[in-house]
Design a protein around this ligand. Structure first.
Ligand code: ATR
Length: 300
């Protein structure tokens, strides 16, 4: 008899006493794309593991983290709103996690929990692989000064090729604070500018690399752009948006139509995930498989 079982059931049937559990914690968690991309990668790698979402409310975070030690969960991704507070409950932090002040990956090695920030790696890889960048330019422009900006600014500032990172933000004081903090950590020159027309028209004409880390343009406000002056874009630029929904934002459409090379947030999402899976398993995770499944999900 040829039984046709739903995919989910087939996955469950493969679980044994030796299966390693990985997962993601967040609040909310129901829209996470991580199980989709990790399940595809786990299947491709042929390893005995599952990846599950855990809805963890803020007041349960400490119990949840202690619980992964007790349960022997192999590793976790950490998403909003736990990325900073989770640091209080871990045994070690990598330099990236300390500098960025946020953890998106917890590795459980024999009961010792290490917090890392693989967004830094994911961002850099997407610029060099998908953006076709061969080296960082001397000056990099980052729009936004929130949590997501910190990883991006850190990744750029710690590169020897970069002599200045310019943080452009609606609220100038936040950009100044971020610039001061990450200058101290990286020893690099980081400056702050207000997100006003003069900044964009004056500075972006010579910009080789610009990255949006704000939520401007994210679904459902898909017609908004953090740079509402499309004439500043030109050939020879790389413009990156860490937003992945929509996979092509208004910013990227404007930049591409003026000849700039554009990189969307799906690649960064896939590469940070692949890095987490590599850290947990000690094996190279198939980043391209993870990116492909995300692209399919977004109808690309
Ligand atoms: P995240 O952790 O995703 O980075 P965040 O910490 O809330 O989220 O930061 C959001 C970023 O998007 C900030 O830089 C914010 O600018 P302000 O510091 O001025 O608040 C920026 N942002 C959000 N909505 C914006 C809007 N409508 N126009 C311009 N910037 C916006």
């Amino acid at each position: 008899m040829n039984l046709k079982l739903p995919d989910k059931l087939l996955v469950l049937m493969k679980i044994s006493g030796k299966t390693t559990v990985y997962g993601v914690i967040g609040d909310p968690i129901e829209h996470t794309l991580s199980p989709l991309m990790h399940a595809s990668a786990i299947e491709k790698m042929g390893i005995d593991a599952v990846y599950v979402p855990f809805h963890v409310r803020p007041d349960e975070l400490e119990h949840a983290i202690k619980g992964i030690k007790a349960l022997g969960v192999g590793g976790l991704n950490v998403t909003v709103p736990h990325k900073t507070r989770v640091m209080d409950y871990l045994d070690n932090l990598t330099d990236e996690a300390k500098a960025v002040g946020a953890v998106n990956t917890v590795i459980n090695h024999d009961g010792v929990l290490t917090g890392d920030n693989t967004d830094v790696y994911g961002f850099t890889r997407c610029l060099f692989v998908d953006g076709g960048l061969e080296r960082f330019p001397k000056r990099v422009y980052v729009i936004g000064a929130g949590g997501a900006a910190r990883g991006v600014v850190y990744a750029c500032a710690k590169s020897d090729e970069v002599s200045e990172v310019v943080v452009i933000n609606r609220t100038l004081s936040k950009a100044e604070k971020l610039a001061e903090e990450l200058s101290a950590v990286t020893g690099s020159h980081i400056s702050a500018m207000p997100a006003i027309e003069e900044t964009f028209s004056g500075m972006l004409s010579d910009a080789e690399l610009l990255i949006n880390t704000t939520s401007v343009g994210m679904y459902p406000q898909v017609e908004h752009s953090p740079v509402p002056y499309p004439e500043v874009f030109h050939e020879g630029q790389v413009v990156c948006d860490i937003i992945y929904n929509p996979s092509e934002t208004r910013l990227l459409r404007d930049a591409a139509s003026h000849g700039a090379k554009v990189v969307g947030g799906l690649a960064m999402l896939a590469y940070q995930g692949a890095r987490s899976l590599s850290l947990w398993t000690g094996m190279e995770a198939p980043a391209e498989v993870m990116l492909d499944v995300l692209k399919q999900e977004f109808g690309q």
